[in-house]
Write a protein that binds this ligand. Structure first.
Ligand code: NAP
Ligand code: G4F
Length: 369
C-alpha cells in the first residue's frame, strides 16, 4: 500500500515536471550568443521565448534551425520600450531572463554613443524595473551580459571579479552602468540578478564586422580565389578569445546557483590579432611573411610573394584596449565551468565553417565595417 502511494506520488511529480518545463526569456535572441543559448536551453528542456526587434530585413538567420521547435517562441520587442518589456514579462511569466540585447560593436559605439547608452545601459535598467514591478520579482532570475570591455585600460592582469574598471569606449561605459545597476537591484531589492563578465567569444555565428570573423571570412575567400586582400586596423592588440558555445553554458550555470553573484568567464590565454591572422592562414596552408612597419606594414603569401594583408587606418579606434586577459578561477570553482576549446581549435572551426558557407553560397554579401 505504502509502496503504491510512493509510486503514485513519484508519477504525479514526474508528470508535473514533464508538463511544465522552465520558461526563459532571451532578449537579443537573434545574435550570436542568443542563438547558442536558445539551442542550449531547448536541449535542457526549457520553453524558450526569444525577443526579436523589428528590422527592415530579416534578423532570423541564426535561428532558422530552431523555429520548428514547439518549445521555441518568438515575440517582437525592444529594450528601448519599457511597456513592451513589462507586457512580455507579465504575459510569459518566466523563471529566467537573459539580457543579451545590445549595440555590441565597440567601434560603432564611438559614432553612436547616446544610442549605445540607451540600449546597453538603460535597456538593462528597463528590464530590471519591469521585473521589480511585475509582482513576481522574487521568482525571476536575471542574467546580464557584462563585458571585459569594462576593465578597459586594466591596471593588472589577468582580470578577475576584483579588478578595477576603466572602460575605454562608450560601449564599455554603458556596459559598466548596466553591470552596476544589476548589482544595485540585487542589493537593494534582494533580486536574483547576476552578471557574467565575459571576455571575447567567437564562433561561425559571430557578426561579420568583428575582427575574428572578418579574418576567417577573408581567409576563406582568398583561399577560394574570391578575394585578394584582408585590410585590418591595429594587429598588435591582444584578446582573450573563447568559443561562444562554451560561454553560453556559463550564463545558464550562473542562474542555477543557490545565491546570485557575478563571474568572469575567460580562457586565461591572450593572443594578438596578428597571431589570429597567421593561424587562420595556416589552416589553408598559407604562411605569412610580414614586411614594413606601422600603417605601411603588409603581409605577403610566403610562397607566391603576393600581398594578402594590409593596414587601413580607418579601423583604428579613438581609444584602444591593448590586452585583455581573464581569470575565470571563480567560475571554475563555483560553477564548475570550463573552457573546452583551444585558440587553435577555435580558429579552425571558424575558417572551415566560412569555407563551407562560401562554397554552399550561404554566406550573404555584406559591407564590412
Ligand atoms: P550580437 O551578435 O551583436 O547580438 C546582439 C543582440 O542584441 C542581437 O540579437 C540584436 O538584434 C539585439 N539587439 C540590439 N539592439 C536591440 C534592441 N534595441 N532591443 C532588443 N534587442 C536588441 O552580440 P553577441 O556577441 O551575441 O553578444 C551578446 C551580448 O553579450 C551583448 O550584450 C554583448 O554586448 C555581450 N558581450 C559579448 C561578448 C562577445 O565577445 N561576443 C563579450 C562580452 C559581452 P539584431 O539581430 O536585430 O541586431
Ligand atoms: O573584434 P572586435 O571588434 O572586438 P572587441 O572590440 O574586443 O569587442 C568585442 O568583445 C567585447 C568583449 O570584451 C564585447 F563586449 C563586445 O561586444 C565585442 O563583442 O575587435 C577586437 C580587436 C580590437 O582591439 C580592434 O581594434 O581587434 C582590433 N582590430 C584590428 N583590426 C579590429 C580590426 N577590429 C575590427 N572589428 N575590425 C578590424 O578591421
Amino acid at each position: 500500500m505504502k509502496q503504491k502511494r510512493s509510486l503514485l506520488l513519484f508519477l504525479i511529480v514526474s508528470t508535473c515536471l514533464i508538463a511544465s518545463p522552465k520558461k526563459a526569456i532571451i532578449f537579443g535572441v537573434t545574435g550570436q550568443d542568443g542563438s547558442y543559448l536558445a539551442e542550449f536551453l531547448l536541449e535542457q528542456n526549457y520553453e524558450v521565448h526569444g525577443i526579436r526587434r523589428r528590422t527592415s530585413s530579416s534578423n532570423m538567420q541564426r535561428l532558422s534551425h530552431l523555429t520548428k521547435n514547439e518549445r521555441f517562441f518568438i515575440h517582437h520587442g525592444d529594450v528601448s520600450d519599457i511597456s513592451n518589456i513589462a507586457f512580455l514579462i507579465k504575459e510569459i511569466n518566466p523563471d529566467e531572463i537573459y539580457n543579451l540585447a545590445a549595440q555590441s560593436n565597440v567601434q560603432v559605439s564611438f559614432d553612436t554613443a547616446e544610442y549605445t547608452a540607451n540600449i546597453n545601459a538603460l535597456g538593462t535598467l528597463r528590464i530590471l524595473e519591469a521585473i521589480l514591478k511585475s509582482g513576481n520579482a522574487k521568482a525571476i532570475r536575471f542574467y546580464q551580459a557584462s563585458s571585459s570591455e569594462m576593465f578597459g585600460k586594466a591596471q593588472e592582469g589577468p582580470q578577475s571579479e576584483q579588478s578595477h574598471f576603466h572602460p575605454r569606449s562608450p560601449y564599455g561605459v554603458a556596459k559598466l552602468y548596466a553591470h552596476w545597476i544589476t548589482k544595485n537591484y540585487r542589493e537593494s531589492y534582494n533580486m536574483f540578478a547576476c552578471s557574467g563578465i565575459l571576455f571575447n567569444h567567437e564562433s561561425p555565428l559571430r557578426g561579420k564586422n568583428f575582427v575574428t570573423r572578418k579574418i576567417t571570412r577573408a581567409v576563406a575567400k582568398i583561399h577560394l580565389g574570391e578575394d585578394k586582400i584582408l585590410s585590418l586596423g591595429n594587429m598588435d592588440v591582444r584578446r582573450d578569445w573563447g568559443y561562444a558555445k562554451d560561454y553560453v553554458k556559463a550564463m545558464w550555470l550562473t542562474l542555477q546557483q543557490d545565491a546570485p553573484d557575478d563571474y568572469v568567464i575567460a580562457t586565461g590565454e591572450s593572443h594578438s590579432v596578428r597571431e589570429f591572422v597567421e593561424q587562420a592562414f595556416q589552416e589553408v596552408g598559407i604562411s605569412i611573411q610580414w614586411e614594413g612597419t606601422g600603417v605601411d606594414e603588409v603581409g605577403r603569401n610566403a610562397t607566391t610573394g603576393k600581398i594578402i594583408v594590409a593596414i587601413d587606418p580607418k579601423y583604428f579606434r579613438p581609444a584602444e584596449i591593448a590586452t585583455t586577459h581573464g581569470d575565470a578561477a571563480k567560475a571554475k570553482r563555483v560553477l564548475c565551468w570550463k573552457n573546452t576549446t583551444s585558440f587553435k581549435e577555435l580558429v579552425a572551426i571558424m575558417v572551415h565553417a566560412d569555407i563551407q558557407n562560401i562554397q554552399n553560397k550561404t554566406d550573404k554579401k555584406e559591407v564590412i565595417q
